[in-house]
Design a protein around this ligand. Structure first.
Ligand code: NDP
Length: 245
């Protein structure tokens, strides 16, 4: 129970990696604030955590693209638990497409969720962390924030941006007691690819269906590692890839 008395916000907790992170943080004793748009999914997760971990999860319906929603999320966490120690900026969308197919609305959605969502999380939580002289911002980027793949041009641009935010924050905050971790997962089995609409890309994914993927729990363990180090240890970058089959 290395996170007893700690309060953690997890965005995108209604499925996949965010759901797994929330469970693992709760297992370590953290009080968890579950945020996403699908309230019923969050309510199910919250019941599971509360049954297992004795009343330590709450649900706050949140659209990360809304500054007001993100401010409300932090306010609700403070109302319920008194403070915020950890923010996992995990919510994201991966609407892979070839640029020539001109899915301009999907480009905008990725910029809004993947970049603005992280920025609003920082905006909402950082002032209190600076005041309390401690805190941990964990931003979920991707291996697509290290390399660009065919059809990942815009998605990669957003994930490179997340890494740039993490790197800049780490330098700016190094003397404040606020730690920053950038997590870059490789392919993880989740709902992430279900929203792709570019048929050429969907065809590519069918051809790769047998490729080895990580489990969401593999990423959650990396997050737990980063946030349970002694206060003077700042784990800045974690990249987790599946082994090839
Ligand atoms: P999922 O699709 O399973 O989860 C995405 C989560 O983001 C959902 O909980 C969804 O909740 C939430 N979300 C999407 N849009 C919004 C929004 N506007 N406001 C609030 N929440 C939102 O995918 P993953 O778990 O795989 O993705 C989690 C993160 O991991 C993403 O940032 C993704 O880019 C990153 N990642 C994933 C990889 C993979 O292979 N799976 C690899 C590398 C990085 P809801 O719809 O309820 O709002």
């Amino acid at each position: 129970m290395k996170l007893k008395e700690k309060v953690a916000i997890v965005t995108g907790a209604s499925s996949g990696i965010g759901e797994a992170i929330a469970k693992h943080l709760a297992d370590e004793g953290a009080k968890v604030v579950l945020a996403a748009r699908r309230e019923e999914k969050l309510a199910d997760l919250s019941s599971n955590i509360n049954e297992k971990n004795d009343g330590s999860a709450i649900v706050v319906k949140t659209d990360v693209t809304s500054k007001d929603d993100m401010e409300n999320l932090v306010a609700r966490a403070k109302e319920e638990f008194g403070k915020v120690d950890i923010v996992i900026n995990n919510a994201g969308v991966m609407l892979l497409s070839f640029i020539k197919n001109d899915k301009v609305d999907e480009w905008a959605q990725m910029v809004d969720v993947n970049i603005k969502g992280v920025l609003y999380g920082i905006h909402a939580a950082l002032p209190d962390m600076l005041e309390q002289g401690s805190g941990h911002l964990v931003n979920v980027s991707s291996v697509a924030g290290h390399e660009v793949f065919p059809s990942s041009t815009v998605y990669s641009a957003t994930k490179y941006a997340v890494r740039a935010l993490s790197m800049g924050l780490e330098k700016e905050l190094s003397k404040t007691g606020v730690r920053v971790t950038n997590i870059s997962p490789g392919a993880v089995e989740t709902e992430l690819t279900h929203h792709i609409t570019d048929e050429e890309v969907m065809g590519m994914f069918k051809d790769r269906a047998d490729r080895k993927k990580l489990h969401a729990d593999d990423i959650a363990r990396a997050v737990v590692y980063a946030v349970t180090q002694p206060d003077y240890v700042n784990v800045n970058e974690v990249v987790v890839r599946p082994m090839a089959k």
